[in-house]
Design a protein around this ligand. Structure first.
Ligand code: SF4
Length: 473
C-alpha cells in the first residue's frame, strides 16, 4: 500500500505511522526513508484506540497485585474500566472483585480533594482489614488542581499501618498507556522493592517479570521452571502479593517476558542490586523452549531443560500436526498493545500461517524493529491505528483472521471476519506449550464456526410472516 488509507485523507500525519516491508526493510507510506514513526502524541482529531497513562499504570502494572486496595483518585469516569476488564487472575479474587475510587465531584475539584482522598483510604482500609496495603492512582483532574497525593499517602500510611503507594500516573503525563507502565515500574521499585528480605534459600531464585497472568498464563509455564530446579521468588505482577514485591531484589536472575511494560524494573534492579536479566518469549514452542534453555544455562541445568522440552514436545506433537494441517496458509492481521504483535508472528508461523499485517497501540521503535524482522515481505505495519484504518485493512486486505482485543472484537464481527481475542483472551491461557494448543484450538474454532455462513441471512420476518403473526393474535 502506498500513500494514506482512504479514511486518512484528512489526517495526512498518519502516513508516517504506516509502512510496508519492502526488500526486507521498512518502507514508509509517505515515501520517507526514515523508520516508521511511533511513541509520539496522537494527532488531534484522530480517534486513537490508545489508553492514557493512568490506564497503563492501574490496568496493567499495579492492578494485578492481588491483596491491596486499588484506589483511583479522581472522578468516577476514570475508574469506569478499572473493574472487570482485564482477567489478571490470581489465587484470591479480592483485586478482581472490588475497585475503589475517591469519586471526586465538582465541589471537590473547586475546593481540593486531599481530605476526601485521605478519608477514602482510611475508610477502605477499615472495611477491608485483610488488605495488605493501598495503591492510589492519580488522574488528570486531581493532578491539575494540585492535590498532594504523596503527602496524603504518607499520612494514610501512618494511620493504617500498612504501605500506601501513590502512583503519579495522571492520564496526560505521556503519549499512551506505555508511560503508565514506566510510572508503575518506577513507583513499585522506589517504594517497595528491597524493603523486606525473603524467607528461604534464594540460590536458584528467579523473578518472572512482565507476565500479568491473563486467564492463568502463569499456570502453563511456572511448573516447568520449577521442575527445572529454580525457585520463582516473585512474579511482576501477575498473581503477586505486595509483600512478594518487597523481597524481589534477592532473585539471582530476572526473566523478562513483556519487554515493553516491564524491562524498566529489571534495569533498575540491575543498576542497584547487580541482578542480571534475560529477555524471553513465553509464547510458542520454539520460544518457550528457548526460554527454558536460557534459564537452564544460567544455573547449569541444561540436561534437565532438554528432558522437559523433549517430553512436552512429544506430548503435543500429534495435536500440533492436526492443527498445522488445518490452519496452514491462513492469513492473519494482528493488532496488540505492543510485544505480543511480534511474539505471535512467530507463533502463527509455527502453525503454518502468514502475518499479512501487524499493528500496535503503543509500540516503541524496538518493537517495530522486531516486527519488521519477523513479518513477511510485503507485510503492512501500522502504529497506533484508528478504528477506520482497522476496518479498511479488514476490508481491503481480507485476512482470514483478526487477532486483537475487546475493543476491536465487534468491528470484526460486524464485518464478518473471524476473530480471536489476544488481549484479554475469551478462553486461553495462550502461553507455554499447552497454551499454544489452546491458541491453535481457538483459531481453528473461529475460522470454522458455522456462524459465518449465516452472516448474510436476513433474520427479519418477511411481511407474510408478520401477517400470519398478527392474524394469530
Ligand atoms: S485521560 Fe485523564 S481523565 Fe481520562 S481516564 Fe485517563 S486519567 Fe482519567
Amino acid at each position: 500500500m502506498s500513500g494514506c488509507f482512504r479514511c486518512n485523507l484528512t489526517i495526512p500525519e498518519r502516513q508516517s505511522h504506516i509502512a510496508v516491508k519492502k526488500g526486507g526493510k521498512c518502507a514508509r507510506s509517505d515515501g520517507s526513508a526514515e523508520f516508521i514513526e511511533s511513541n509520539t502524541r496522537t494527532t488531534p482529531g484522530d480517534m486513537t484506540e490508545r489508553g492514557c497513562t493512568y490506564a497503563g499504570c492501574r490496568g496493567v502494572v499495579g492492578g494485578p497485585v492481588k491483596d491491596v486496595i486499588q484506589l483511583t483518585h479522581g472522578p468516577v469516569g476514570c475508574a469506569f474500566f478499572s473493574w472487570g476488564y482485564r482477567p489478571h487472575v490470581a489465587d484470591t479474587d479480592f483485586h478482581m472483585k472490588y475497585t475503589f475510587i475517591s469519586d471526586m465531584n465538582e465541589t471537590n475539584i473547586v475546593f481540593g480533594g486531599e481530605k476526601r482522598l485521605l478519608q477514602s483510604i482510611v475508610e477502605a482500609a477499615q472495611e477491608f482489614p485483610d488488605a495488605q496495603g493501598v495503591f492510589v492512582y492519580n488522574t488528570c483532574s486531581t493532578a491539575l488542581i494540585g492535590d498532594d497525593g504523596r503527602d496524603v499517602a504518607k499520612q494514610a500510611e501512618a494511620l493504617i499501618g500498612k504501605p500506601v503507594v501513590f502512583f503519579e500516573c495522571e492520564g496526560f503525563r505521556g503519549v499512551s498507556q506505555s508511560a503508565g507502565h514506566h510510572v508503575g515500574n518506577e513507583t513499585i521499585f522506589k517504594h517497595l522493592v528491597g524493603s523486606e528480605e525473603p524467607v528461604g534459600d534464594t540460590s536458584t531464585a528467579i523473578n518472572i517479570i512482565g507476565d500479568y497472568n491473563i486467564k492463568n498464563d502463569l499456570r502453563t509455564f511456572e511448573p516447568l521452571f520449577e521442575e527445572l530446579g529454580v525457585r520463582i521468588l516473585t512474579r511482576f505482577t501477575g498473581n503477586v502479593s505486595v509483600n512478594d514485591l518487597k523481597s524481589m531484589h534477592r532473585a539471582r536472575l530476572n526473566v523478562v517476558h513483556c519487554q515493553r511494560s516491564a524491562t524498566y524494573i529489571a534495569e533498575m534492579m540491575h543498576d542497584k542490586y547487580g541482578t542480571p536479566y534475560i529477555d524471553v518469549t513465553l509464547f510458542g514452542i520454539q520460544a518457550m523452549s528457548a526460554a527454558l534453555r536460557k534459564v537452564a544455562a544460567f544455573f547449569g541445568l541444561e540436561a534437565k531443560a532438554e528432558e522437559i522440552i523433549a517430553r512436552e514436545l512429544g506430548r503435543m506433537q500429534s495435536q500440533l500436526d492436526y492443527y498445522r494441517h488445518r490452519l496452514s496458509g491462513k492469513r492473519i492481521f494482528i493488532y496488540q498493545g505492543a510485544p505480543r504483535a511480534w511474539h505471535w508472528i512467530e507463533m502463527f508461523r509455527e502453525l503454518g500461517m502468514e502475518t499479512i499485517a501487524a499493528a500496535t497501540t503503543f509500540g516503541h521503535q524496538d518493537d517495530y524493529e522486531k516486527i519488521f524482522e519477523r513479518i513477511q515481505e510485503g507485510g503492512l505495519v501500522i502504529d497506533n491505528p484508528n478504528v477506520l484504518e482497522l476496518e479498511e485493512v479488514l476490508e481491503t486486505y481480507k485476512p482470514d483472521l483478526f487477532v486483537s482485543g475487546n475493543k476491536e472484537k465487534y468491528v470484526a464481527y460486524k464485518l464478518g471476519v473471524p476473530f480471536v481475542n489476544g488481549h484479554t483472551y475469551d478462553t486461553g491461557p495462550y502461553a507455554g506449550f499447552s497454551g499454544m494448543l489452546n491458541f491453535a484450538r481457538d483459531i481453528d474454532r473461529a475460522l470454522t464456526s458455522p456462524v459465518w455462513k449465516l452472516l448474510h441471512t436476513n433474520a427479519r420476518p418477511v411481511p407474510e410472516q408478520l401477517h400470519a403473526l398478527s392474524d394469530a393474535t
